[in-house]
Design a protein around this ligand. Sequence first.
Ligand code: IPM
Ligand code: SF4
Length: 457
Amino acid sequence: MGLTLFDKIWDAHTVRNLDGGRSVLYIDRHYIHEVTSPVAFDGLRRRGLSIFRPAQTTGVADHNTPTLNQHLPVEEPQSRKQLDQFDTNCREFNIENYYPLGHPKNGIVHIVGPELGFTQPGMTIVCGDSHTSTHGAFGAVAFGIGTSEVEMVLASQCIIQPKPKKMRITVSGELREGVTAKDVALYIISKISAAGGTGYFIEFAGSAIRNLSMEGRMTLCNMSIECGARGGIVAPDHITYSYLEGRENAPVGEAWDDALARWAMLYSDVDAIFDKQYRFEAEDIPPMITYGTNPGMGMAVDGVIPPCRSESDIKALEYMGFHQGQRLLGFPIDYVFLGSCTNGRIEDFRLFTEAVRGKKRAANVTAWLVPGSHEVEKLIYEEGLDKVLGEAGFELRQPGCSACLAMNADKIPAGKYAVSTSNRNFEGRQGPGARTLLASPLTAAAAATTGCITYPK
Ligand SMILES: CC(C)[C@H](C(=O)O)[C@@H](O)C(=O)O
Ligand code: SF4
């Protein structure tokens, strides 16, 4: 029987099979950030343990980092405390690959890891963060873990995990103009629901997926957990290899050739069995926007809010101040957020910038443009995107998670509407009472210049 790509990587990392379908898995790369690691470090201290393989751990401060005046002391006491504790922990436990606030390699961990070439095909990758799924874009088995598991990985470089079921989602054909990977993600979640992937690991396949850039694949895999899946994965190919080649931590010389030979084996066999399969046609996918309080409540930007089917739908629309049957085109908005580990990469800034070139920010819109990393920020300046953005009345902030979850000072005020390129639209996600409409960078750009929900061109 053939094997799926997921099986091949999982099996190659299985140290031992345990009762109840659980396995002890070896972990190649462990990312940590300041929110979910403090308790794990305390645990190590209490037990007198050190980090088993510190070179395989990469630490990045991201959730609490301010996006203005990063050179000044962090103002919010809670954020400052977490960042300071993370600093103490990473230094005390000798984590060499540690990128604190202000470091030129700092940014959102899921953006920094791939940028620096830490994320590679065939690896097992974990982080105490649900959006670890992002790294699956490289053909890695990558998933989020809990704090006690962070401690387990720090201490042993292994983790105990049940094997998820396997799903394949095939998207064939060519995406329409103005349709991005974010729209593909929101479309799929709207079709299979925000719980449709529960218990599964999803392989994304088909010509529309193969034609996505690495940035696009990362956006898609990032969002895979928003349908409840454990993670997403895309088979590596020449697009993956050319993204990786020459990156700081990518193999070089003979090691690169060896890696290419190994990575060439990373695909699902033709007779591989998936527990569930979905197929979609790329041309059916429109630019998408969400209207509710879970990422599955999405529709075409020019669509009409569908009838409520449950109490929670009614509650969601109430929170959003919308009603069923409402068309959102032309609906005035207050904020635009471009950023997050979903859409804070250079390609997202290029798309947004092109879309606002020669236009002006709408007077009613406050726009927060937050690069996902200093590397992205650097490219924005190198490519002169900052000038185009500046002429259109937009200012850039500094890298971090920012308004994606509003753990820092970037909070959308209660009742305000934000078109956001992030990944979650839960109640209060972007600030208490804030109302989030998830969309692509193109749709965000259209809203930023017109001041209302607008079909992206
Ligand atoms: C803080 C962290 C645990 C959380 C996650 O796991 O996803 C955050 O990154 C988020 O996006 O909500
Ligand atoms: S950018 Fe948002 S989704 Fe990504 S890690 Fe940060 S808070 Fe989580």
